[in-house]
Design a protein around this ligand. Structure first.
Ligand code: CMX
Ligand code: CO
Length: 145
């Protein structure tokens, strides 16, 4: 059902400086950058490795674009650091329904738009041992690919 670590989401105050840290320290390069208005973030995806389900694992660097967004609230409370983990699946709606059936609160009534044309949904951190958890169906995960 869940076949890879799709990404680790990291909250930062300055996306460009954080991108520079990951490039200069580890040699990781930005694969993709976008603004997700709905999620209230400007983000950079750094592809780290491919995975044996045909997908890939990324770091997702997140800078808030408004004060009333989840990442802005997280930064105000905790400062910079790991914000969430994301598991990849070929069927995000099915995976969310299955996990929801085990008593974990699914935060989105239906999947929303994520990075690079993906479909995403979040699980409540209080039902996941304190870990905000995201489920991701990459654009190329779906049927017909
Ligand atoms: N990880 C772990 N715990 C978290 C958390 C996080 N990222 N964010 C909040 N919490 C905890 C808080 O510490 C708090 O715990 P206590 O009650 O023990 O103090 C509790 O959750 C509620 O905190 P809050 O300040 O009321 O938090 P919010 O109003 O921001 O709601 C959450 C929390 C998870 C429902 C909200 O952040 C959310 O809906 N997140 C999903 C969307 C998202 O994070 N988008 C950005 C990423 C986009 C992407 O990946 O593409
Ligand atoms: Co994410």
């Amino acid at each position: 059902m869940l076949t890879r670590i799709d990404h680790i989401g990291i909250a930062c105050r300055n996306l460009d400086e954080t991108v520079r840290f990951y490039r200069e320290t580890y040699g990781f390069e930005v694969t993709h950058e976008e603004v997700n208005e709905e999620q209230g973030v400007r983000e950079a995806m750094l592809r780290i490795n491919g995975t044996d389900d045909g997908g890939a694992s990324y770091l997702q660097l997140l800078e808030p674009i408004r004060e009333d967004s989840p990442v802005a609230r997280f930064l105000a409370r905790n400062g910079e650091g790991v914000h969430h983990i994301a598991f990849g699946t070929a069927d995000v709606a099915g995976a969310a329904a299955a996990v929801g059936g085990r008593g974990v609160r699914v935060l989105d009534a239906a999947p929303r738009s994520g990075s690079m044309g993906s479909l995403i949904t979040f699980l409540h951190p209080k039902d996941c041992g304190g870990v905000l958890t995201e489920l991701v169906q990459a654009r190329e995960d779906g049927p017909g690919h």
